[in-house]
Design a protein around this ligand. Structure first.
Ligand code: UD1
Length: 315
């Protein structure tokens, strides 16, 4: 069935890939973005598709956003607009609160008012804080270490409360560390893979925070876009949370070694003190996403990095 799906943060990294995936599957997409960090270039393909409508709009403008939802009455809202960086949430907690919590309320209220039956929300592995063991199951303890993780957890709770009181379906996608094309490396708040590749491409030393033995579960943005599409469109889904990850635990030092293989010369990385709010270990269980909506990651880190490095060298 073809659905009408509103995507917030549509010009962003995960948003634009999700938009492309949904359009490719034949759905109608209403993309919303204010270009705070998103880029029009990310929508180059979507903008040529007659099933895509773009609204330049800030989700923090509550009445304008609610009006758009009322105008299009989508079947699903995929809420991806966010502040994405853990250290930025520590540097600017008020902005984190606005973008990672208050916009969630705006989306939930607009959905309630205009009877939108489903919301898919960009949550995060940061809700767990430091896990007692890996791979982390969704029912593991949630003890965030940053304003970012706290706001994502508060947003999940708010949405699940709306789901139980107002009968809509809410899917909270706990993304682990997402990488791939269109991830912007230009800020110190950017994702580590985009920063490392950028440094390697310019023959500059990368910086590793701490001893580099902290671990992450890196997932390709193509897998994440597919997981979002499944959560948005699978019929008969109940509300709930799900890890979106690969179940592979990789240290920063291992990541660096994998990445540098593609470069003949790579300056030795600089080690600086650990970053505040940094999680020591992160790797999620994939069982629930598979049982709930048939999702399992398909792209290995080795393959995803090779593909990404090739695309970077072509550009
Ligand atoms: C990332 C995501 C966040 C997501 C979360 C899920 C980004 C920017 N952040 O947070 O949106 O919800 O995963 O777990 O995509 N590091 C270095 N050198 C650098 C940059 C980073 O050593 O130049 C280290 C960090 O200290 C950290 C690791 O790399 O240990 C990952 O950092 P980062 O890519 O910023 O992601 P997270 O903080 O894990």
């Amino acid at each position: 069935m073809r659905l009408k799906i509103l995507v917030t943060g549509a010009a962003g990294f995960i948003g634009s890939h999700t938009t492309d995936h949904l359009l490719h599957a034949g759905h109608f997409v209403i993309g919303v973005d204010n270009f705070r960090t998103g880029k029009r270039a990310n929508l180059a393909s979507a903008l040529t598709n007659p099933k895509f409508i773009f609204c330049e709009l800030d989700v923090t403008e509550e009445s304008a956003f609610t009006e758009i939802v009322g105008q299009y009455r989508p079947d699903v809202i995929v809420h991806l607009a966010a502040l994405v960086s853990v250290p930025e949430s520590i540097a600017n907690p008020a902005l984190n609160d606005l973008l990672n919590f208050r916009t969630t309320r705006t989306v939930a209220e607009a959905a309630r008012l205009h009877l939108v039956p489903r919301i898919v929300f960009a949550s995060s592995a940061a809700v767990y804080g430091d896990p007692t063991h890996t791979p982390i199951p969704e029912n593991g303890p949630t003890l965030p270490l940053s304003p970012y993780g706290s706001a994502k957890l508060a947003s999940e709770n708010l949405l699940l409360e709306y789901a139980s009181r107002h009968g809509l379906v809410v899917r909270c996608q706990r993304y682990f560390n997402v990488y791939g094309p269109r991830q912007d490396p230009s800020s110190s708040y950017s994702g580590v893979i985009s920063i490392f590749l950028d440094r390697l491409g310019r023959n500059l030393p990368a910086t590793i925070f701490g001893d580099g033995e902290q671990t992450r579960d890196f997932i390709s943005v193509y897998d994440v876009a597919r997981a979002n599409a499944l959560a948005a469109t699978a019929p008969g889904l109940a509300s709930g949370v799900a890890n979106i990850c690969t179940e592979k635990e990789v240290s920063l030092n291992q990541l660096w070694q994998l990445l540098r293989q593609g470069f003949s010369e790579a300056p030795v990385p600089l080690h600086v003190p650990e970053r505040p709010g940094d999680i020591r270990r992160s790797c999620g269980s994939t069982a629930l996403a598979h049982d709930s909506f048939g999702f399992r990651s398909r792209i290995s880190l080795e393959h995803g990095l090779r593909d990404l490095a090739r695309q970077c060298s072509i550009e």
